[in-house]
Design a protein around this ligand. Structure first.
Ligand code: HEC
Length: 207
């Protein structure tokens, strides 16, 4: 049929369903939306059409195996990460790794003020080694690193009134978690690892 032509056809539909009619003139199909739906009611004939639409018709065995296998793979991945979280050896190694990475952050950034031994400098920088102030409140420790600190602060009975610059523009959530995991586990301090998610929550707190 030539472009712009028209015709009338008669045909019989053997099974019920919704049949999509497409005008195969591409320009019209794309620009005018030449699609129609023919709804056919009546008794079903399972011999002609099973009623199931499956990709396998087009993709073959790949489709059938594919979806099942992808589901199974996702299941296995979820089990591995659950296992990793609950396995104390792996959890311990993860913490050790954070401590090492955190030490690198500390030695690049914090040590200049708080000193490599974490003892600070009297009258200028407070100690992090066995700091009662720092160890008492993990949320606050995150906040100090991200947002900085100014005004009087009492650490181990000594009051200082100085300014620590905020580090939120310099450090990622993971780096803050790592450096705090380090300072909470160095110089006689002990504490659980910090999680990047926790840092993120504090970073997004309204000020
Ligand atoms: C430019 C110097 C400087 C740098 C860099 C710095 N701090 Fe501080 N920090 C200070 C000062 C000064 C205070 C006390 C502020 C006040 O008096 O209010 C402080 C306070 C703190 C406190 C709370 C008080 C305490 O001793 O427990 C913590 C925790 C802390 N800093 C951790 C860090 C960490 C971790 C880093 C590196 C990511 C860091 N700081 C980088 C100067 C610094």
């Amino acid at each position: 049929m030539p472009s712009g032509g028209a015709t009338v056809v008669e045909f019989k539909v053997d099974v019920p369903g919704t049949f999509i009619l497409v005008d195969h003139s591409l320009t019209r199909a794309f620009n005018k939306g030449a699609l129609g739906m023919l709804k056919v009611n009546g008794p079903e004939d399972r011999v002609i059409y099973s009623g199931k639409e499956i990709d396998a018709v087009y993709l073959g065995a790949q489709a059938e195996a594919g979806s099942e296998s992808a589901k199974r793979e996702a299941e296995l991945k979820a089990r591995i990460s659950a296992e990793m979280r609950s396995n104390p050896t792996i959890a311990g190694l993860t913490k050790e790794m954070q401590i090492e990475k955190g030490k690198q952050v500390y030695m690049g950034l914090c040590f200049a003020c708080h000193q490599p031994d974490g003892k600070g400098l009297p009258g200028a920088f407070p100690p992090l080694a066995q700091s009662d102030y720092m160890l008492a409140d993990r949320d606050r420790a995150i906040r100090v690193v991200l947002k900085g600190l100014s005004g009087p602060v009492t650490v181990n009975g000594v009051t200082l009134n100085s300014v620590m610059p905020p580090q939120e523009a310099v450090l990622t959530d993971q780096q803050v978690a790592d450096v705090l995991t380090y300072v909470f586990n160095a110089w006689g301090n002990t504490g659980d690892a910090f999680k990047a998610d926790h840092v993120k929550t504090i970073r997004n707190e309204s000020r």
